[in-house]
Design a protein around this ligand. Structure first.
Ligand code: GDP
Length: 296
């Protein structure tokens, strides 16, 4: 809850201050609300939709007190986000294979480390696959996390074929009867098309070793990048069919409204949120909890 304090300031408190002390619900008020939503990274489309729905509610419920808009907006945001939470499904297969994708710097390695810890804490055996072979540092970082969490890492040398690492990891996971295999992948953005081809190949190889795998393609997005996160998501979705999002760095950003933009603009559920740099700072995303914390 603390982790959303900046978003709350930039977003909900602003909405509160817009409606407080107002006498009438007029055009100017709607415009100010729309502006506040857009500035909080809710996204243009979602902001317009919200304000449009707000108008409809005001009309149908005959609301005349501007201060009531606060509660109505909370309800409308909850409507967009829904109340169901979608877990990462790791129980339907052994190993459950999670392919993790995302641009460098978004917190991919950290999220993999936290995820490994999360599953391990839930009694699952975990194996990591260092299929970002593009940078030696990526392999090293993953090993550091592996040591910290106490799980093994399958790796080749820098510059080797990522698909070959994924292939070996699949076999190791099957031989060792691992519950969850988490596959790290490259995230260099400057050679976009090559990266997407590489990810497709890794995806293909995993699927060839085990039908239905990968069971999850988890895209890591950085909340502090706001609307950029949306365009990254479209790119990865098209290449490898993203099944879930891990949204990092929600702590310390005022751009938490991006959660609404993601939900409205992409047909991909947010499954986990990162709320700090520590090993325990990864949580399943719960839409109701999120809205309650925001409007607390
Ligand atoms: P990668 O290049 O995508 O693998 O990024 P890293 O995992 O190395 O993370 C980049 C930076 O973001 C590191 O300093 C992490 O500690 C930090 N980071 C990752 N997740 C979070 C988060 O949820 N909150 C905060 N505050 N920092 C995070």
């Amino acid at each position: 809850k603390e982790s959303l304090s900046k978003t709350r300031k930039n977003f909900v408190e602003k909405i509160d201050s817009i409606v407080t002390g107002r006498k009438v619900i007029d055009e100017e008020l709607y415009e100010e609300l729309e502006e506040a939503l857009i500035q909080a990274d809710v996204g243009i489309d979602a902001s317009l939709e919200l304000v449009e729905n707000l108008r409809a509610e005001v009309k149908s419920r005959r609301i005349s007190n501007p201060e009531d808009l606060y509660t109505v907006l909370k309800e409308l945001i909850q409507d967009i986000l829904g109340v169901a939470s979608t877990d990462i499904n790791i129980n339907s297969a052994q190993p459950a294979v999670i392919m993790v994708v995302g641009v460098n710097g978004v917190g991919k390695t950290t999220t993999i480390g936290k995820l490994a810890h999360y599953f391990k804490a839930n009694g699952k055996s975990v194996l990591l696959s260092a299929a970002d072979t593009f940078r030696a540092a990526a392999i090293d970082q993953l090993e550091i996390w592996g040591n910290r969490v106490g799980v093994a890492v399958i790796k080749h040398s820098e510059g080797s074929d990522p698909a070959a690492v994924a292939f070996d990891s699949m076999h190791a996971a099957q031989a060792r009867k691992i519950d969850v295999l988490i596959v790290d992948t490259a995230g260099r953005l400057h050679t976009k098309s090559n990266l997407m081809e590489e990810l497709k190949k890794v995806h293909r190889v995993i699927g060839r070793e085990m039908p239905d795998a990968p069971h999850e393609v988890l895209l890591v997005l950085d909340a502090t990048t706001g609307q950029n996160a949306i365009s990254q998501a479209r790119l990865f979705k098209e290449a490898v069919g993203v099944t879930g999002i891990a949204l990092t760095k929600l702590d310390g950003t005022a751009k938490g409204g991006v959660v609404i933009a993601i939900k409205q603009g992409l047909d991909i559920p947010i499954k986990m949120i990162g709320v700090g740099e520590g090993i325990d700072d990864l949580r399943p995303f719960d839409a109701r909890e999120f809205v309650d914390a925001l409007f607390a």
